[in-house]
Write a protein that binds this ligand. Structure first.
Ligand code: UVW
Length: 303
């Protein structure tokens, strides 16, 4: 269901306009319905040399955090059997908003329009002490599909797009033409903005704003039926929205709530971009956090 883009602002469509989703009223998987064995085989066929490029940022206390999110590490040291072999054991207790820090995959209940998430499911009805009873990140499964990187920074001839640069439909068309690529159904579509190079180097700037896709660009991609959209910034979209300044993270609602398309945020894309890659196999394995709104992930591109 593509949403109408208005020049001056964006108002989410009513429940009656956005539901049921294209997958039917009882669907809870959204674009993950496209994750078929055929698409996994198509991705596997792209692996030629076996080379792996990691796309996850390192999790540490030094990383940027959005709002009150945190990741605190407490080391624990224990000595066992002190009279004999004196085996020491080291572990860490990590206090973290594990679904919403670092490189992360967003699930549908992470965002709402009013009190409704994907397919107009009422959020109060699926909230429980142990997490969301439907559409938690434990239900998403492994993503192994064709990935493409649209390098908008390279298209513009800069290492990093401007702090408020909103990626347009024309940019996406030109990037595909320049890279001799087309978005195909079931793809993971990644955008290289260069913003990830600020990670743990200039955290204040990293979270203050960011370049990313605008509403029109998001709708253009979603109309081509991707499984996910990802970027090397914190919300995938340009924030604050430049063309729709009254709307707070409208692409979050368009992708997750209206269309059931996952967002993969805070990716590390510099090494991948340096390869000027064609299509690759993208592997994302979310943690099985029961009822979680998202998961920290360490995705990989396989060549
Ligand atoms: C918010 O939830 C504000 O952002 P994100 O999904 O980008 O972490």
């Amino acid at each position: 269901t593509a949403t109408p883009v208005q020049a001056q602002g964006w108002t989410p469509p009513d429940s009656s306009q956005r539901c049921p989703s294209r997958w039917g009223p009882n669907d809870r998987r959204g674009a993950m319905n496209l994750m078929t064995p055929e698409r996994a085989k198509r991705a596997a066929a792209l692996i030629r040399t076996g080379e792996i490029v990691e796309l996850g940022q390192t999790l540490s206390e030094a990383m940027p955090f959005f709002g009150t999110r945190r990741f605190d590490v407490h080391l624990k040291q224990t000595f066992m059997n002190p009279q004999a072999n004196r085996r020491g054991s080291n572990e860490e207790l990590v206090v973290a908003e594990i679904g919403q820090v670092g490189t992360q995959l967003d699930m549908f209940p992470h965002q709402t329009i009013g009190d409704e998430t994907y397919n107009c499911v009422k959020v109060p009805g699926i909230m429980s002490r142990g997490g969301f009873t439907e559409m938690g990140v434990d239900t998403v499964g492994t993503i192994f599909t064709r990935g493409i990187l649209l390098d908008i920074a390279a298209l513009k001839g800069v290492p990093v797009l401007g702090d408020d640069y909103e990626i347009t439909v024309a940019d996406l068309e030109q990037a595909q033409q320049r890279q001799n690529l087309r978005i195909e159904e079931g793809d993971a579509v990644l955008f290289h903005t260069g913003w990830g190079t600020l990670w743990a180097r200039d955290n204040a700037r990293y979270v203050r704003s960011c370049p990313g896709i605008g509403v029109a660009a998001a709708e253009y991609v979603i109309q081509r039926n991707p499984i996910l959209m990802g970027a090397d910034n914190w919300p995938v979209e340009c924030a604050p929205s430049k063309t729709m300044p009254q709307a707070s993270l409208p692409v979050h609602q368009i992708a997750l709530v209206i269309n059931g398309v996952h967002l993969l945020e805070n990716m590390k894309l510099d090494q991948l971009a340096a390869r000027q890659p064609g299509p690759f196999a993208l592997m994302v394995q979310p943690l099985k956090v029961k009822g979680g709104t998202g998961s920290t992930v360490a995705p990989s591109a396989l060549f």
